[in-house]
Design a binder for this molecule. Structure first.
Ligand code: DWN
Ligand code: SAH
Ligand code: ZN
Length: 404
């Protein structure tokens, strides 16, 4: 077995999802025969505490000119990133500050810096989304961020006063290359904000579908502090944020550049107390996922037996794990409704459920909508009041299987 991606110690696999396709590998029928699969297995490192994938597909397979996730698709996330951009901009030093975003996607966050006339640069390897950012006036470099890119940026623009990476560090196989790059790029008094789904929330909500190819790491304050310390950086604060089912926003800087927040100390203790690292925690998680799968399949089969139409809502990355791990087939879910034009007319990875525009969902409401977009439940339910008024019900499966 290969070792931990951070400390190289032997890791302990705790959950095996079997052969899985790429979460965002939407495809056309002529591509079914050559579909790529890999072994999706989650493991824990007893030394540095990082929860991680044992194996992650090569990054160019996932992040390229076909990458179909556009940050701007959620109105709530637009507001979330507008607020984060505002906070980052408010702490910039006077003069001519410089902001870098890693994994800047379609420019949803960085456009606020661009609009304010602030020097900025987004690093985004997926051309499909980087092109949108550039067209919107956000300076973007279509590369994978690492030490080499960091060196080039410093040479061309100087060090960064702020670095932001939302839902990106969790996607990185070579964590040392990215974190060393951050250490090189960050100005002495600079601040780096890292935000990713929090492993404590994944466990608490049994959000097993956060586990898929792109998510190589599932951080806690404990594991992230270990990683950054290896590069002379410290996690100075950790702020829970209520997006993507429960994320953590970590404030990183040079040690001593700001006193560490008491709340971060308390979170470290809390992580111990929660027993996030105990074998029985992993066993309990696994058992709850099994129960979720049985309950969901039972419900979908009874809908079918009763002649109720079920349509999936949101062709999310997460849905690829749910559908393929539980064995949800096209006879149980008619199609998946999604708002992303690039996914329309395509088929879902692995199980090959058709993906259709939202208009098809709205034109003829099904009896049940299977909410793969549970992390945006508030936004979705507000938008889809007419579906519920017509007698439609939502099926959700995180934290447990329920009908709303
Ligand atoms: O970590 C990641 C997060 C930030 O975003 C990436 N690896 C990929 C992605 O994960 P996801 O695909 O699970 O993201 P979402 O935001 O839960 O789902 C996005 C999908 O849902 C898009 O295909 C658009 C669709 N959608 C929809 O059909 N109706 C989204 C919204 C908000 C809607 O109302
Ligand atoms: N920050 C956005 C996008 C998250 S999706 C948001 O929160 O909505 C993850 C993004 O990270 C993708 O756009 C992917 O192309 C990008 N990415 C993956 N590896 C990267 C790397 N090494 N450097 C920079 N971006 C990377
Ligand atoms: Zn480790």
């Amino acid at each position: 077995m290969s070792g931990c991606r951070v400390c190289r110690s032997a890791i302990e696999p705790f959950m095996d999802f079997g052969r899985m396709p790429l979460a965002n590998g939407f495809l056309t029928p002529d591509q079914f025969a050559g579909e790529y699969y890999f072994n999706l297995r989650a493991a824990y490192c007893p030394r540095c505490t990082l929860v991680q994938l044992v194996e992650q597909p090569q990054r160019e397979r996932m992040f390229n000119e076909r990458y179909p996730f556009f940050s701007a698709t959620s109105v709530r996330m637009q507001a979330h990133f507008a607020a984060l951009a505002g906070e980052v901009i408010a702490t910039l030093p006077p003069g001519d500050p410089f902001v870098v975003e890693i994994g800047s996607n379609d420019g949803t966050l960085l456009r606020h810096a661009a609009n304010a006339g602030i020097r900025h640069l987004g690093i985004e390897p997926s051309a499909s989304v980087a092109e949108i950012a550039i067209a919107g006036g956000v300076a973007s470099l279509c590369r994978f961020f690492d030490t080499e890119v960091a060196r080039e940026i410093v040479a061309a623009h100087g060090q960064a006063d702020a670095i932001v990476g939302a839902n990106t560090l969790s996607h990185v196989a070579d964590l040392h290359a990215v974190v060393e790059g951050i250490a090189m790029l960050l100005a002495p008094a600079g601040r780096c904000v890292i935000e990713d789904p929090y492993w404590g929330n994944v466990v608490a909500a049994t959000a097993f579908d956060q586990i898929y190819d792109e998510h190589a790491s599932y951080f806690t304050l404990s594991s992230l502090s270990y990683l950054f310390a290896q590069h002379g950086l410290a996690v100075l604060d950790a702020i829970p944020t209520d997006v993507h089912g429960g994320s953590m926003r970590y404030l990183v800087g040079r040690p001593g550049s700001k006193p560490a927040a008491a709340r971060a100390e308390r979170l470290l203790d809390h992580e111990q107390a929660m027993g996030l690292h105990r074998p029985e925690t992993f066993a309990g998680f696994r058992d709850r996922v099994t129960n979720t799968g049985m309950a969901l399949l039972t419900l979908l089969r009874s809908c079918k037996a009763e002649g109720k139409r079920v349509v999936g809502y949101g062709a999310t990355s997460k849905s690829t794990t749910t559908i393929n791990f539980f064995g949800i087939t096209p006879d149980l879910v008619e199609f998946i409704s999604d708002t992303t034009p690039a996914k329309h007319g395509m088929f879902s990875p692995g199980a090959h459920l058709p993906v259709r525009p939202h208009a098809e969902f709205a034109a003829r409401y099904p009896e049940r909508a299977l909410l793969f977009l549970w992390n945006h439940a508030v936004e979705v339910r507000a938008k889809e009041a007419a579906f519920a008024r017509g007698g439609g019900k939502w099926i959700v499966y995180v934290p447990t299987v329920q009908e709303w």
